[in-house]
Design a protein around this ligand. Sequence first.
Ligand code: ADP
Ligand code: MG
Length: 676
Amino acid sequence: MLSFSTDIQFLKGVGEKRAQLYKKLHIETIGQLLYYFPRSYLDLSQTKEIADCHSGEICAIRAMVIAKGREQRIRKGLSVFKVKISDDSGPMNVTFFNAKYTVDTLEVGKEYLFYGKMVSGGLNAPLIFPLDGPTRIIPIYPLTAGLTSKMVSASVQQALSLIDEDLPDPIPQSLRQQYSLCHLHYALSNVHLPSDPQALEIAKRRLIFEEFFTLALSLASVKSRHSAATSYCCQNHNLEPFYQSLPFTPTNAQKRAIGDLCRDMSSSVPMNRLIQGDVGSGKTLVAAAGIYAACQNGFQAAMMAPTEILARQHYDSLRKFLEPLGLQLQLLTGSMTAKEKNLAKQRIKSGEANVIIGTHALISDDVTFADLALVVTDEQHRFGVAQRAKLSSKSQNPHTLVMSATPIPRTLALMVYGDLDVSILDELPPGRQKIDTFVINSTKKKGAYNYIKDHLDRGLQAYIVCPLVENGEVDMGLTNASDHAAELAAKAFSGYRVGLLHGKMKAKEKDAVMEQFKNGEIQLLVSTTVIEVGVDVPNAVVMLIENAERFGLSQLHQLRGRVGRGKEKSTCILVSDNRQEDTLERLNMMHKTNNGFEIAEYDLKARGPGDFLGMRQHGLPQMKIADLSSDMQLLMQAQEAAQQVLAHQTIMTEEERRLLQNSVRTMLRSVGDRPN
Ligand code: ADP
Ligand code: MG
């Protein structure tokens, strides 16, 4: 009998070579194979008549083989077969390439289902199904070269027939009953080989539930690790000196958030708070107040940022806020020399440094803090759950504060942040102007360049942003940042100081360019999305984004937030030659509103959470079957079920408990410590 941990090579037809291919898909065991779900399904019950099939369409046709042509050798390695088929509405040609075996199995005078793409001359290389086959719904798997859906399907079928029908189910029976979920064996059988559409739905519902349920339990287990009492009660806080030293008055929203922070930090329950605020709402200031409060009580505070640029920028702005108040700040990033790093680590360990700002370097094992009371992570969706937990583990249950500029709809926030308390900065500092946003196609680009030049001539600055382009894509008319920068500097912007910033540059080079842009040496910065997070140059007032259709709206909104930071009216120009209606509508949304929350909601509906939420970036595992936006109802139920389990209200056997722990462990392992 097979079990989930049996090696996949146990299956007939899976030798060493095929096992290697499966390994590429992270499938090494029977369990992994059975949890490798079809990407989609062909519903062969929806057939078309030949006369109704149009070129370019994918069609399922039920037809009889009329005649088979002889093999034609076009050239070495390419042989073509023509087959004539017909239904009541008329005949059609079918062409097969290098498919002698398939054509041999076809019998003249017999009916089959043909499934494939129509081209002008007929059907090309269709899939063929016998009419007396077991199922009308065919699974299509996400594949790697060398593996076909048929092969995977055959392996799965074999595995299912060899595995115990009564196999152990990670969802306890009592919960299956409560939420009307089918047994695991039924679910796996019908997700791979659905007997009919209803069975497929029942199977999917159960598997989606399982995935959410396990996710909710996994997140809870990460959280529970730091819920014990903290010894960092920050009971003295007099923020007057801090407020006095500011060059401006905090907004009411900022004051409210700071109030939340101080209240949380004066308790012995560790703070676990999220600050959500649109770009430019002034989150750094709120964090600075919390840091000041921690230091006033004699403790250290640390802030972790996802990039070097951002860490340095925070270091600079926090210095302005905090050094005049007598605090010692220390930067720690990967690009510092070994000597600098050692010195930094000493100052951190001895407690000489009160405020520590850095990148991932902060969580490396040889960094020890003297008395870390507050951990702040900025733009935290870039960090995994595990990375955040690691920084917190450098101290005994410190207070934690995460800052996010990605507004997240409530239901999702519940899943991603669990029981974090949330402060929302729903107010921008006074004097900010709406950023005017336009969508144009590339025929209008010349005018846009002139518009940018007008601004540069007035001593202002601008960005041109290009999407990340993989080598293979250069031909597709996409704009690559480095080529583009060279071309712009030589042609459209000759005589202007053009700089380039992209992710492959060394941290030092990036910083140098950013520095030059900040102090005005560079007028026009051509960049990939590395400027996305938090970079602050108030004198930059125009942003042009190439191939804008390649970005999610939330990302465009983040990018756009790099302008509109000063007194001057700012503009964002989205360039796209994509004429698809939904794309245009999506981009137009940017024209309509400057509100990040509205944009996020829209993006979630239009593109699903994968892009927008960046599951990986959140440190959440890639979902195999569940989809956070469309399966919201199930998500809530699964969360409720997880709560029951955690509150020990679910009746389960020892065996069931063990299975559940196992799937939680597997899911947590799949997240791991993931670098950006
Ligand atoms: P974000 O929320 O996007 O991280 P920042 O903290 O970078 O925003 O703040 C954006 C800019 O606004 C900074 O230049 C900051 O100094 C400024 N700022 C923050 N709070 C205020 C305020 N209350 N009044 C005026 N300017 C402010
Ligand atoms: Mg910021």
